[in-house]
Design a protein around this ligand. Sequence first.
Ligand code: G
Ligand code: G
Ligand code: MN
Ligand code: NA
Length: 252
Amino acid sequence: LQMEQALRQALANDELSLNYQPQYRLSDGALIGCEVLLRWHSAELGPVGPDRFVPLAEETGMIGAIGHWVLRSACLQAALWRAQGLEIPVAVNVSACQLTPGLVNEVAGALAETRLPAGLLTLELTETVLMQRQDETRALLHELRALGVGLAMDDFGTGYSSLAYLKRFPIDKLKIDRAFVHGLPADGDGCAIIRAVLEVARHLGLATVAEGIETPEQHAFLNGIGCEEGQGYLFARPLPVDAMTDLLLAAR
Ligand code: G
Ligand code: G
Ligand code: MN
Ligand code: NA
C-alpha cells in the first residue's frame, strides 16, 4: 500500500525515467536499435525495479498513465536523437492491459506530436497478449502495423503460446528470452530450442533478437546459427540517456 501511494505520486514528482539498452546486429556488431526500460527512483522508497512496480501499476490501473508517459517520452527522445543526426529505432514495452482500441490513437498521437517516423518505433508485446480475445487483438495489431510501427514478441518461449499462434498475428520480430540464452552453448536443450525457434522465424519471415547475451561464446554461437540481433550485458547494460547519447555519437 505504501508503494501504491508512492507510485501514484511518481509521475507528478518526476520520479520516472527511461534507460536505453543498445541492440546490435550480431554479424558485425553494428548498433541498430535500443530497448526502452522504465526506471523509478522513489523519494520515499529509493530505486524500485519495474519487476515490482509494473505489475502494481497494472493491477491498480496506473499503467495507462505511466505507459502513455513512457511512449511519449521514448518517441520524444528518439525524435531528439534524430534531429541531432543520431537516428536510432526505439523499442517500447507494452503491457497486455494497454492493448485496448485506444492504443492505436495513442501511438498515432505520440508519433504525430513528436514527428517521429513510425518506422523508428517498435512495440514489444508479451506472449500473453496473443492468448486473450484473439480476434480483437489481431485486429488491433493490424491497425498498429498499418501506422507503420514494428511489433516484437517479447520473452518468446516463456509463455504458453504455440509457435502456430505467430502466424495468426502481424508480428515482425521475435525476442528470444534470456532464459534460453543463459546456458548456451553448453546446454543442449537450450541450443535445440533456439535452433527450432530460429527455423520457425525464418519460415515466417520474422527477425530474431536474442536477449541477455552475457558472454562472447553466447554471441558467437547465436551468430553462427543465424540469429540476427542481440542485446545483453556483453555489449551494454541499460543506459541513462546521456550515456546512450554518447554511445550513439561514438558509433556515428
Ligand atoms: O529493466 P528490467 O530488466 O528491470 O525490466 C524488468 C521487466 O520490466 C521486463 O520484463 C521489462 O519488459 C519490464 N519493463 C521495463 N520497462 C517497462 C515499461 O516501460 N513498460 C512495461 N509494461 N514493462 C516494462
Ligand atoms: O522482459 P524484458 O526483455 O523487457 O526485460 C529486459 C530486462 O532484462 C531489463 O530489465 C534488463 O535490465 C535485463 N537485461 C538486459 N540484458 C541482460 C543480460 O545480459 N543479463 C541479464 N541477466 N539481464 C539482462
Ligand atoms: Mn522487453
Ligand atoms: Na524479455
